[in-house]
Design a protein around this ligand. Structure first.
Ligand code: J2J
Length: 531
């Protein structure tokens, strides 16, 4: 948490206003009443209705025994119930722990166990996967299912007559735990308060000029930090606009919704931007995309040549967004010159976002040179949840978060992301911690050692390679066998290595064991060189 002197300053400057997400929903319900807040499939929910649904669900969840401070793992696709659930939990002061639809038993089991979750909220079947099959991974948590409960508790049965609930959370209480992209063996959880997150949401809504005429297409998974808050669905609820939930982000689905609902703004990751641009440029397209004013692209580096195509093809602004669930978010602004919009990843939300660009010894590099990005500010966390040991290295002693990103700062304080120092693979915006995947592969009895590295990919930006050293005495291994093994352990599909290569041994420089970091670097170099 922030030291008191910082908290006092952020309050005095009006960033932290002492408001919770309950206050936000109540204010929006009062202000925007019958206007439609969320559209999901054939369901259209007004602001007033959303407040009532959340209040009723809060009553039901409270009766179930969920209390202030309890953790609840929430894994829902883009459905209107997502909003009922999170606002009901906010009302109680229980903390949603945001899981993604791609997560499987390994991740859900870890989130439920690590957070000692009292409940796990998921769906029945989505995109061909039966989420009720993850119930066993939830351990003691009560399993609540949106849709056909199949023997579990039905979410639909929990909407009860409103009751007098105990007072809700304070603004400086935790609101939820967000997921970190991660660079270590186990995913880290990010504690965000009402005060700090609401500030980033409000300020983002202003930067992105959201108002009651805004129609936001949520094409990415709603619980991800980008579509949730930059300005995302929460920014829309603050500004009184309309959220349109896309069940999946393919161009056919998205374009149909943009046309039907008059979507004005949406957010995508770079590979999706590419898919959309190709589809939009195809002769014979029948959908009308002229309502679209802004295409936000973030989550991974957008290639110049793709950036250049956005405005000519879609007739809208491109906005680059460089953010992180830990806090700091940067945006290019709508009035910025092309050079900035096309070639930078934006500048911070807040005048009080402190940015340091340093060398390996934490010494600031000369202006304009590349270095490690460190940041501190009114909506950037000071530590992960229950991860003291990791926090000692992930933050500087004076509270700067080590983002693991390599950047340089150009005129006007805009950031250009040039690379990454953390052991993470950014697979089209989906983050994979090399060590997490390595640990799963190492569990195979035929594996002696493994290193997972990122390799460049024209479409995804990066893909994962696993270099495996088999045990000499073990039965021969094959790539499908390793991939199948990891899948069976219940790892999300995006973390399964795209390619598995077997090697007799790892390059060892000098005497003794090389660090994992050096090893991964050596393997990456080998891949880049002639083979
Ligand atoms: C290069 N790398 C980027 C960009 C994120 C808004 C937008 C994105 C996220 C997000 C987010 C990048 N260019 N434009 O939370 O609110 C990489 C960096 C960063 C990491 C954070 C938001 N935008 N990245 O992607 O927590 O490496 O958040 O540190 O998933 O993604 O990942 P995540």
């Amino acid at each position: 948490m922030w030291p008191e002197e910082f908290a006092a300053r952020y309050r005095a400057l009006g960033y932290w206003r002492g408001e919770t997400f309950n206050d936000l929903l109540a204010a929006s319900a009062r202000r925007y009443g019958d206007r439609i807040a969320v559209v999901g499939g054939d369901v259209r929910v007004s602001y007033a209705e959303l407040a009532v649904r959340a209040e009723r669900l809060a009553a039901g969840l409270h009766t179930l025994g969920i209390r202030h401070g309890d953790r609840v793992v929430v894994q829902l696709p883009n459905v209107v119930e997502f909003f009922d659930v999170i606002f009901a939990l906010f009302r109680i002061g229980a903390l949603p722990v945001f899981a993604l639809p791609a997560h499987r038993a390994a991740e859900i089991g870890y989130f439920c166990g690590h957070t000692e979750a009292v409940a796990f909220v998921t769906t029945d079947v989505h995109e061909g996967f039966d989420y009720r099959g993850l119930a066993a991974a939830a351990g003691d948590a009560t399993v609540i299912v949106a849709g056909d409960p199949g023997g579990h508790t039905a979410l639909a049965d929990l909407y009860a007559d409103p009751v007098d609930l105990p007072p809700g959370p304070a603004a400086d209480d935790l609101a939820f735990l967000q997921l970190s992209g991660g660079s270590t063996g186990l995913p880290k959880l990010i504690p965000r308060t009402h005060d700090d997150y609401l500030y980033s949401v409000r300020a983002s809504a202003e930067i992105c000029e959201l108002d009651t005429d805004s129609v936001y297409l949520c094409a990415l998974p709603v619980a991800h930090n980008f579509p949730l808050s930059s300005p995302g669905v929460l920014g829309v609820l603050y500004a009184g606009g309309r959220i349109v939930l896309a069940p999946r982000p393919d161009p056919a689905t998205a374009f149909e919704l943009i046309d039907r609902e008059g979507v004005t703004i949406t957010a995508v990751v770079p590979p999706l931007a590419l898919l959309w641009l190709d589809a939009a440029a195809r002769p014979g397209r029948t959908t009308d995309l002229s309502s679209l004013r802004v295409l936000q692209v973030g989550g991974a580096k957008l290639a110049d040549e793709v950036a250049r195509r956005v405005t000519p093809t879609l007739g809208c602004h491109l906005q680059q967004v460089f953010g992180m669930a830990e806090g700091l978010v940067n945006y290019t602004r709508f009035g910025d010159p092309d050079d900035i919009v096309l070639h930078t990843q934006g500048r911070p939300i807040s005048p009080d976002d402190e940015i340091r660009v340093v060398d390996d010894d934490d010494v600031e590099v000369p202006a304009g040179e590349v270095g490690h990005l460190l940041t501190r500010g009114p909506y950037t966390i000071r530590g992960y949840w229950r991860a003291e040991e990791h926090n000692a290295t992930a933050f500087t002693p004076d509270g700067f978060y080590r983002t693991g990103d390599l950047v340089r700062i150009v005129d006007g304080g805009y950031l250009v992301v040039t690379g990454r120092a953390k052991d993470q693979i950014n697979r089209g915006g989906e983050k994979i911690a090399a060590e997490e995947v390595e640990n799963h592969i190492l569990a195979h009895p035929g594996v002696h050692d493994v290193a997972v590295v990122a390799v460049p990919d024209a479409y995804l930006g990066e893909r994962t390679y696993a270099f495996v050293v088999p045990r000499p005495e073990a039965d021969p291994l094959t790539a499908p066998l390793i991939r199948g093994f990891v899948r069976q352990r219940g790892l999300a599909a995006y973390k399964i290595p795209d390619k598995v290569e077997f090697v007799d041994e790892f390059p060892v420089t000098g005497v003794g064991k090389v660090s994992r970091k050096d090893l991964r670097a050596a393997l990456r170099t080998r891949l880049a060189g002639p083979t």
